[in-house]
Design a binder for this molecule. Sequence first.
Ligand code: AMP
Ligand code: ZN
Length: 464
Amino acid sequence: MPLALYDTWSRTVRPFSPIHAGQAGMYCCGPTVYDHAHIGNLRTYLFEDVLRRALIRNGYEVRHIVNITDVGHLTSDADEGEDKMEKGSRRTGESAWAIARHYTDAFVADWRALNLLEPTLWCRATDHIGEQIAFIDELERAGYVYRTNDGLYFDTSKQDDYGYLARLDRAGLQAGKRVALGAKRNITDFALWKFTPPGVKRQMEWDSPWGRGFPGWHIECSAMSAKYLGAWFDIHCGGEDHIAVHHSNEIAQTQAAHGTRLANFWMHGHFLTLDADTKMSKSSGDFIRLQTLVSRNIDPLAYRYLCLTAHYRSKLSFSWAALEAAQTALARLRNLYWSWPEGGCADAEFIARFDAQVNEDLNLPRALAVAWELAKSTLPPATLRATMDSFDTVLGLGLRDWKPVKSDIPENIAMLLTERAQARADKDWAKADRLRQTLSTLGWKVEDSKDGQRLIEIGLETAE
Ligand code: AMP
Ligand code: ZN
């Protein structure tokens, strides 16, 4: 079964066919580096990593570009407020440049901890100011740009199909406008270049033919994707929040300058939510980082496992109990994998079943279920290992790189704890209580908190 992917542009799942035979170009909107990434952001990169691995598995040579937004992203998507970098600088007392470096490094560390394949190229917005100015210049010559006292804006009324990606109701938006337009002509118009206000010295500013200032957020992606992938490439990705504004604006710019909608496929990862529908966001300050998980003894790859259990086009509601259950499942898979000897051949039938799920718009929850069926099957152990090795090129759980560790907790206690984590995840409180009793009889006290279970050997409790 050939690879089929959901395309937000056409709102359909359709077969992937490359623009250049045997190759796939992918552009993924990367982080705004004024703060740490939260695990919601990381869910989007995990989805993109699985996509890349699926493309590789289907024989494509992938060129994967990820940008680093280190200038121009304002606190409001409506081109108002402060530059997030300059705001971060005021918050921490460090220079905007130092902040960008610091959070880029932290981001790359998270990236590697999640076993995400290194992009072909990371590209920084501030390293491509010349390309962005040249792009705006083209837009101006094509008649899409007007000037106000605070910057240059893209005139979206010049495009009949502006906002098609989001199926935007422009007439409705215009009629019900509640947001102050300022000097903008249309509510959907957006900044291409912002002037440094007179008498102000910004940390990040450049000269341009229109005056000193800095680029708008959207232009970097149109300019850098064109430079590294061409004006028409295979797949553009990001989180679902980018559909309405950021990606619609990238398309508007590239359509005006190059006559394409950038990418043949537009793919979007759905959000990680905190509870019913609260999205996790950086700006609210209420977010969980990968390091938060690590400090609670959660392996970053357990988070990867958790993300594999939900389809990328459905919301994933985060809970510590679900994460613990993922960690338990990963531990079981690792231990099973390491109990199997090397030297076998992969089982063709299982491979075909796994690939069919992966190729059906990246149905990783089902692919993972096939992996578990394999693990529990009666095939020869060496076959199990070889087949699982093959699956792991897509799952990316790094099974081969993990080494069994000896724990201070006796095996029977660890098993009971695992069983109890599952009972808690299933909300089977009676079973969880029974298991607590059993553990207590065996000399182990278990405490529950919203962060999961904590195990204490009776007699070794430290006085508070
Ligand atoms: P940012 O650093 O805010 O520019 O976002 C980086 C990426 O994370 C973008 O592709 C966003 O669409 C995505 N994103 C933001 N919040 C979430 C969330 N709660 N769940 C999943 N993806 C998200
Ligand atoms: Zn972008």
